[in-house]
Design a protein around this ligand. Structure first.
Ligand code: C2E
Ligand code: MG
Ligand code: MG
Length: 561
């Protein structure tokens, strides 16, 4: 059968070329065109295969699309395999009915030209779609920042950004989770947590991964509660077969978009949620911090401290102050805690103004080692001067716990300064997660073996648990002043009973109890009546600069008045 009708042939070509040149793709129109062509040439079926790479073709991982099928034939008339400039592979196959006549060379040439145009067009469409997919996802398949910006843009034109909640979250202790359950399972946890967020947000917003364990997103205020609950803490499955879960919580910075809200650039929203997210990092787990304009100043302060820290360390601007611990029966100096002060431009900066900031990026670890080193130098000097030395405690931030070499590092500093181990006590604060709990136990036991004392700091703040003192072999319990009953407290009040029991338990298992923040004689009386023996607080002394503390070392007894 010869198709001499040049007019029809040319009209098909014209219609095809229109498609290849238009930006708007009319899917229905295109399908009608393909059907017209197939019917005219009496083709039975037309199939295109698309593989993004040759390797994927080998693996048969691609898309197979049947553009037309009248169900009447399986005889291959024509098959074309094209490799595009982008190295994608497109294969087109045309089938005719089994009893179709033989086609002449001229007919085949007509068909070939037309079909090449179709394939070229289809491949361009598919590539565009792939490109779009890549453009809005990162290599692990999470939505990326471009997807976020696109969402904001669309929501902005639809005028529905006002009242939405934009957020940035950082998962808590995810390094530890990875260590504990392995990286691969860690990836599953991330993916599942992301899916849970996506599900909670639904189509009201979007969540994207910024990298690592950081996510950003935006959601409608109607689903806000559900989404925030996931930040506060949720069990995430990572091993379906054995039903294994891990608890995930996140610190979140949130910006509530005012209503109405007109977007200038996505950066406006990002800046604000980042500021709030950094503030959230300073808080305990699961904190959700809502942005307000005052935080901008806070951000500048954080930047300034982080910027000045290294120089300060080099110039040894950090000073060790010593706060005495006193035996309340004998009024004798029993020990001291080393507390850090930053002497900046002639002013003393208290630790609360810089330590939480240094904890954001683990700078605190270098400061703690610096403090330990300086304490050891002081002790060595005191010993060499023939002074009678007391045990000095040094604070170690809980940020150290993920450091597997922590123990070696501490011992290296003590031994380098040639300080007998029993003069050093390490103060660590309580932790909340099981994983950190185990690290804590490992570190504390290790220090004990070396003859270094250990103290649990700030007991009674936060989430004190009895497990903490029962399962970890501490030497010293440092009780926060808020845990100490007031003088006028009823004997049977819960505060009183708790305090009595904790002290009794600690003493039973051989722990030394130090009560912090003792300011008044009344407090001292409460301690006495509860058999507590050591107090640290303004009642005896504030943290003292070295010369004043040396005076205490040399004159150990506090007078009665
Ligand atoms: P901390 O380890 O619980 O230290 C006790 C804090 O209570 C000290 O505050 C001390 O000055 C204060 N204090 C002592 N007696 C009294 C009192 O009678 N009344 C009141 N109101 N407060 C009293 P400071 O020196 O401002 O340190 C605050 C916190 O900063 C410390 O709490 C500790 O967590 C941290 N810190 C200080 N130096 C270091 C350090 O070198 N490394 C680390 N990681 N943290 C440090
Ligand atoms: Mg302390
Ligand atoms: Mg304390």
């Amino acid at each position: 059968m010869v198709y001499k009708n040049q007019e029809i042939y040319l009209s098909f070509l014209r219609r095809l070329i229109n498609y290849t040149h238009s930006d708007e793709f009319d899917h229905e129109g295109y399908k009608v065109l393909v059907k017209d062509i197939c019917e005219y040439y009496r083709l039975a079926k037309g199939v295109t295969e698309f593989y993004p790479t040759q390797r994927m073709e080998l693996l048969k991982q691609g898309e197979v699309l049947c553009d037309y099928d009248n169900g009447k034939g399986e005889k291959v008339l024509y098959r074309k395999r094209i490799i595009t400039k982008a190295k994608a592979v497109i294969i087109g196959t045309l089938y005719v009915e089994d009893n179709d006549e033989i086609w002449s060379d001229e007919e085949m040439e007509q068909l070939d030209i037309m079909f090449r145009i179709i394939i070229g067009f289809v491949s361009r469409l598919r590539l565009l779609r792939k490109l779009e997919e890549f453009g809005f996802h990162d290599i692990d398949g999470y939505y990326n920042f471009r997807a976020f910006a696109r969402f904001l843009d669309i929501a902005n034109t639809e005028n529905r950004l006002g009242g939405m909640a934009a957020f940035q979250i950082d998962l808590h202790n995810f390094t530890v989770v990875n260590q504990e359950i392995g990286r691969q399972n860690g990836d599953i946890v991330l993916r599942n947590y992301y899916n849970m967020l996506q599900e909670a947000i639904g189509d009201t917003g979007i969540v994207i991964r910024l990298g690592g364990d950081k996510f950003t997103g935006i959601c409608d205020r109607k689903v806000k509660r559900k989404v925030f609950d996931l930040f506060a803490g949720v069990k995430v499955l990572y091993d379906e077969k054995n039903e294994k879960f891990v608890k995930v919580s996140a610190g979140a910075g949130v910006y509530m978009l005012p209503s109405p809200y007109v977007l200038k650039t996505p950066g406006d929203i990002m800046d604000k949620i980042m500021i709030a997210a950094n503030a959230a990092k300073l808080q305990t787990e699961g904190a959700i911090i809502i942005y307000d304009d005052k935080m901008k100043n806070e951000k500048d302060r954080v930047k300034k401290v982080q910027g000045e820290f290294r120089k300060g360390l080099e110039k040894e601007e950090f000073l060790v102050y010593y706060q005495p611990k006193v035996d309340i029966q004998t009024r004798k100096l029993k020990g001291a805690e080393a507390l850090c002060r930053w002497l900046k431009k002639g002013h003393i900066v208290p630790p609360m103004d810089f330590i939480p900031i240094l904890e954001i990026n683990n700078d605190i670890c270098d400061l703690d080692f610096y403090m330990l080193d300086h304490v050891c130098r002081d002790i060595r000097r005191w010993l060499d001067e023939g002074r009678e030395v007391v045990r000095i405690s040094v604070n170690m931030s809980r940020k150290h716990l993920v450091d597997v070499d922590l123990l070696e590092h501490i011992m290296e500093i003590i031994d380098r300064n040639n300080v007998p181990h029993e003069y050093i006590e390490i103060e660590l604060t309580e932790t909340t997660t099981d994983v950190l709990f185990r690290d804590l136990k490992r570190v504390v036991s290790g220090l004990q073996e070396q003859g270094v004392y250990t103290a649990v700091d700030d007991f009674g703040m936060g989430y004190s648990s009895l497990n903490l003192i029962r399962d970890i072999p501490w030497n010293v319990l440092k009780v926060d002043k808020n845990f100490v009953p007031k003088n006028n407290e009823d004997e049977d009040s819960i505060v009183n009973i708790m305090f009595k029991h904790v002290i009794a338990l600690a003493q039973d298992i051989g722990m030394e109890c130090v009560i912090e923040g003792v300011e008044t004689i009344d407090q001292l009386d409460v301690l006495r009546s509860n058999n507590c023996f050591i107090a640290q607080g303004y009642f005896f002394d504030r943290p003292l600069p070295v010369p004043e503390f040396e005076y205490r070392l040399d004159n150990k007894v506090y007078s009665e008045e």
